[in-house]
Design a protein around this ligand. Structure first.
Ligand code: PRE
Length: 372
């Protein structure tokens, strides 16, 4: 057989496989439609029994995390597990959109890493709605205008996003998930801009901080300006010849900018973690984390007393942050994050103990650990 015939034969095989995949995808989508009918049926039955039917929850983060974790585990290649999981991420997103198109508020404008995080977590079947502030994201979800929200919570180089933590103090919302995103910054300008013409470098203050050493070494003379987001910086760079923006790939594409320099972040493992916020609690997935806010009386050993139940219960803490309590001067609240689910008996026992010794205990929710 000639090379030409070989190529033809393999392409025919690909065409056949594509047909089969397409049939299977649509079979899967019909199953998702049946799941939606069952969920609506359950709500109808509750109403018939005179019970509060509540809001039908189509999106099930615990189930999605289990599906994705299984795909990663059983993948035999040659495609890398992460790439296969992304394909299934989009497949589930499209299936869910048949059940109910989700509206997801995120800290915008378009082109921010928070938008990239929202798409990574929910896939492109979700309708992502940009908000100018973190408060705006919380309000959209609290009012029911959006089903979920995505906000940044911590960066591996720059630490926590205190505004997000503070917002949980007054909000009735729960945490429904976490997203981790590798953050890569570039120095971006409008097409045709000469580097010598740049007089101002704009970015969100976190991005400026994450690239501080690089900017000090390469652009020491140029003024830096912190703006509300990297997306906003990119928008400014697109409109003004002398402005360069520090921003990522999405912003570069969104505003059609050129890269003067790529990968300028000081740390190669620069990662930002985002939280998904929603109105409903999430069922256990088997690999969960829980977040709580806790505050105790200001006395010696108070923090030790709050943490000791975790040690005795054999529960690993994954994070602890301190914030001023906004009700009393020099009093503090702790944001504690740990492995396990509020429905686990050992976790419930720890919370009962904390309740006895704290002046404030607010569970923020349990959610599946990030799979992708
Ligand atoms: O299993 C469900 O509850 C579904 O709705 C199906 C499905 C899926 O496509 O696998 C879709 C959306 C949910 O978020 C979880 C899973």
């Amino acid at each position: 057989m000639s090379d030409e015939q070989d190529l033809g034969a393999v392409r025919e095989e690909i065409d056949g496989i594509d047909r089969e995949i397409q049939t299977l995808i649509n079979r899967r989508a019909r199953c998702a439609q049946q799941v939606a009918e069952i969920k609506l049926g359950e709500q109808h039955a509750a109403r018939e029994r005179g019970e509060d039917p509540g809001e039908v929850v189509f999106y099930r983060p615990e189930r999605e995390a289990q599906v994705l974790a299984r795909i990663v585990e059983r993948n035999e290649g040659p495609l890398p597990a992460e790439n296969v999981a992304y394909i299934f991420r989009e497949l589930m997103s499209a299936c869910l959109a048949l059940e109910q198109p989700l509206r997801v508020a995120y800290l915008g404008p378009e082109g921010t890493f928070t938008q990239a995080a929202a798409l990574k977590h929910f896939g492109h079947g979700a309708v992502c709605v940009s908000q100018a502030t973190i408060d705006g994201v919380f309000t959209q979800v609290e009012s029911g205008a959006c089903n979920y929200g995505v906000v940044p919570v911590e960066n591996s180089t720059e630490g926590m996003v205190s505004h997000t933590l503070d917002s949980f103090l007054d909000s009735p919302l729960c945490i429904a998930g976490e997203v981790e995103l590798r953050i890569t910054h570039h120095l971006l300008v409008a097409p045709g801009t000469e580097p010598a013409a740049v007089t101002r470098i704009c970015a969100h203050q976190q991005a400026l901080a994450q690239c501080r050493n690089w900017l000090d070494a390469h652009w020491p003379q140029v003024e830096r300006e912190a703006v509300s987001s990297n997306g906003e910086a990119a928008r400014l760079a697109a409109g003004e010849g002398g402005v360069a923006a520090v921003a990522g790939d999405m912003a570069a594409e969104q505003y059609n900018l050129e890269r003067i320099a790529e990968h300028i972040e000081d740390r190669r493992d620069n990662t930002t973690r985002f939280l998904v916020i929603g109105r409903q609690e999430v069922a256990p997935s088997g690999r969960d984390k829980t977040s709580i806010i806790v505050s105790s009386r200001n006395k010696p050993g108070a923090l030790f007393a709050l943490l000791d139940p975790f040690r005795r219960g054999g529960v690993s803490l994954t994070r602890i942050d301190t914030r001023p309590s906004r009700t009393e001067k020099w009093a503090y609240v702790f944001f504690i994050e740990f492995e396990g689910h509020l429905q686990d008996e050992n976790v419930a026992a720890i919370l009962r103990e904390l309740e006895e010794q704290s002046i404030l205990l607010k569970p923020l929710g349990s959610y599946p650990r990030a799979v992708l």
